[in-house]
Design a protein around this ligand. Structure first.
Ligand code: MOS
Length: 712
């Protein structure tokens, strides 16, 4: 293979389309006869919708229909006797209200403005019931275990840390955080007769969306066409098909015209998931020389009353360090809120925040450098499974990160390093994220003009999927990138997994690798030259010789059966330098160095951008983001971009992305492991640890706002 292509920096193949506005997002398709659906939110937090008065709305200009629980056609997949009854909120299927803002009606009109106005004319009669939205009040009393795959875990002795001479026993709180992608969630649904429907929808997985819509409406899967050509960010919020998407399809069938439903920013806080508020209790103990004796990690996470959401927040404590004893417990707390969803590094980031904070606290108790403490407890095999790592270069991450941030300038004693008025601190944190690969098909078409098109039904929510695929194909075929096009975001293409869990390059990239290799073999066979010939062949000549207008191949790639014998993870070490103003409590993040062992890197430019994006997400988690509910009303009070603070340019310092860039020998033929989630995992604890190093103030409740620093 041509080693020169993989790992170089190719500009995004769709970059020009995106920055010029030529890229068409799901909310920009305007089929003939398009109508607009606007959701009407419940104004109570729990109870029964007894009656709904739609008369004024129906009389308003331009209104075509109003869907309510009292007139909605049944969604077959919502019914308990369906072959595969769907999980989650079933909009308009009954009149129960589970959370404030749950849609009680969908108004359909000829313009968005008229639908919005008519929505304001809907009047509801409710029976109010008592509700619970306060996590802390309900954490101990109303929590429940989280199902079979989250069973309590014990290695060695439970709570062994208590017997250690040096102990940290603390609790760490992350508030609910919203995905808040720039693009709103939007679905346009167009029926063709009674048994075929086309959607333009924001989706991380066009095949999984196709399956969900087919299940919901009892259609043949091939009769559901999902298009999601461009996605303006998702971070996990489009991993599943949400009720408003089904409502759009339902409405389009009812009014016999295309319907577009666009969520408002406020509705995005309610209907498309979020990182759940989580309280984690960590007990960690070590001997005087820094050897871990035990780790106990217990997590309580918010979920909805109508659906359980779980994630892997405690799992990291089982395997990141070589502790002889470890036990974890994971519980969920049902509240009258919308259901959470995986968000940016999901539970692995949540868990790493707690573990890496506690380990930092321990390092000060022991008076050992935090990196040194990690090296003393470095896990050479996975201590949870005793399996060897497929590859692990975490030591190299520590080394390179320390060098680039200037770790040697860190003071071990907190609050002692000053630059003028400012206190200076250094912190680090890290983590791991599973390296995955799923079965994927890809099709390749070589045309007589020498151009190549590759197709696979994957998605691109921002990382630059098509660009990475073009790099892989260019490398494998020995063609220049401008000869290659990659098509995605269309459920009619060969089957690919959902874009999630940092696995797209591993899964789809492997399929692209394999289909290119197969094409090349076929061309060599046709040319009569041996496959291993070093003599290059001219692809277009081969086609001409055989009178072929084009050559097409489809292959399927599956996981390496040897994968079972290994523990496969990407690893990170994040380093942060902060300045803290002792009088105002203002924190300035001066520098972030993100070092990742994510296996081989395919496209350095987009991979680095992804690392920078992940670090920005981590800074948001540490410094600014918090979705706040007023528990008197059970309603979010900051569901907008003015009050919910995502980091802006002024919050973001220089971020340096470093890749170890060594191939993993097991996971896939490319040597990649995945970088999407690991780019964020470790950032928030690194910030909190740097703030402690600067000030001696340990903030155990994110985000780290100035008031908390001043209170200590
Ligand atoms: Mo990611 S949280 O799997 O979109």
């Amino acid at each position: 293979m041509n080693k020169d292509f993989i790992g170089e920096s190719l500009d995004r193949v769709d970059g020009r389309l995106k920055v010029t506005g030529a890229a068409k997002y799901s909310g920009e398709y305007k089929p003939a006869g398009l109508t607009y659906g606007v959701l009407v939110p419940a104004t109570i937090t729990s109870g029964i919708l007894n009656a709904i008065d739609t008369k004024a709305a129906l009389r308003a200009s331009g209104v075509i229909a109003v869907i309510t629980p009292f007139n909605a056609p049944k969604v077959p997949g919502y019914q308990p006797d369906a072959p595969r009854p769907m999980k989650g909120l079933k909009l308009f299927n009954d009149n129960k209200i589970h959370f404030n803002g749950q849609p009680v009606a969908l108004v359909i009109a000829d313009t968005f403005e008229r639908a919005t106005h008519a929505a304001s004319l809907i009047k509801c009669k409710y029976e109010r019931q008592s509700f619970a939205t306060n996590f802390h009040e309900n954490m101990e009393t109303n929590s429940k275990p989280a199902g079979e795959q989250h069973k309590e875990y014990v290695r060695g002795e439970a709570n062994a840390y208590k017997s250690a001479p040096f102990i940290v026993e603390e609790s760490y709180t992350l508030p609910s955080e919203m995905h808040n992608p720039m693009e709103l969630h939007v679905t346009t649904a167009i029926w063709d007769g009674d048994d075929k429907v086309t959607l333009y929808t924001k989706s991380q997985g066009v095949i999984s969306s196709q399956r969900a819509i087919a299940t919901a409406f009892n259609l043949e899967q091939k009769n559901v066409q999902i298009n999601s050509h461009f996605v303006g960010g998702a971070f996990g919020s489009s991993l599943r098909t949400w009720p408003h998407e089904i409502a759009a399809v339902q409405a389009a069938r009812m009014v016999k015209r295309p319907v577009r439903v666009t969520l408002t920013r406020e509705q995005m806080f309610l209907l498309v998931g979020y990182r759940p508020l989580t309280v984690q209790k960590i007990g960690i103990g070590a001997t005087a020389d820094g050897k871990l004796v035990g780790i106990t990690h217990e997590s309580f996470s918010q979920t909805a009353t109508y659906e359980d959401f779980t994630e892997r927040s405690v799992n990291v404590s089982r395997f990141l360090y070589a502790s002889p004893n470890a036990n974890t417990r994971y519980k969920i707390v049902p509240l009258n809120v919308g259901v959470p969803a995986p968000m940016r590094g999901p539970g692995e980031a949540t868990g790493a925040y707690a573990l890496e904070s506690a380990l930092d606290e321990l390092s000060y108790k022991l008076n050992i450098d935090p990196i040194e403490l990690r090296l003393k407890n470095y896990a050479d095999v996975n201590p949870e499974t005793n399996l060897p790592w497929s590859s692990k270069y975490l030591k190299e991450c520590y080394q390179q990160g320390a060098a680039r941030i200037g770790w040697d300038k860190r003071a071990q004693k907190p609050g002692t390093n000053r630059d003028g008025e400012w206190l200076v601190g250094y912190g680090m944190g890290g983590g791991a994220f599973g390296a995955y690969r799923g079965k994927t098909q890809a099709r390749i078409i070589l045309s007589a003009d020498g151009t190549v098109v590759i197709k696979s039904a994957t998605s691109d929510i921002g990382p630059g999927t098509a660009t990475a695929m073009v790099v892989i194909a260019a490398d494998r075929l020995g063609l220049s990138a401008d000869k290659i096009t990659f098509e995605l975001g269309n459920s009619a293409l060969p089957v690919a997994p959902t874009q999630g869990g940092s696995s797209t390059v591993s899964s789809v990239g492997s399929a692209v690798n394999d289909v290119c290799v197969a094409l090349k073999q076929k061309l060599y066979n046709l040319s009569g030259k041996p496959e291993n010939s070093t003599d290059p062949i001219d692809y277009t000549n081969v086609l001409q010789q055989h009178n072929l207008p084009s050559l097409e191949l489809t292959t399927e790639s599956d996981v390496n059966p040897d994968a079972k014998k290994y523990a496969m993870y990407s690893f990170s070490a994040h380093f942060v330098q902060v300045y803290v103003h002792p009088v105002t409590g203002v924190v300035k993040i001066k520098k972030v160095v993100a070092v990742v062992d994510g296996g081989k890197i395919i496209n350095m430019k987009t991979a680095s951008s992804q690392m920078i994006g992940g670090a920005v997400g981590g800074i948001g988690m540490a410094m600014t983001e918090e979705a706040v509910i007023d528990d008197r009303y059970g309603k979010y009070i900051n569901s907008n971009f003015a009050d919910y603070h995502v980091p802006v340019n002024a919050d973001i310092p220089q971020i340096e992305a470093i890749f170890i860039d060594k191939p993993d020998p097991v996971l896939n033929p490319l040597g990649t492991k995945g970088i999407g989630e690991i780019s964020l995992i470790g950032v928030a604890p690194a910030v909190a640890n740097a703030v402690y190093n600067a000030t001696g103030r340990r903030i155990r409740e994110m985000p780290i706002t100035p008031d908390k620093i001043l209170k200590g």
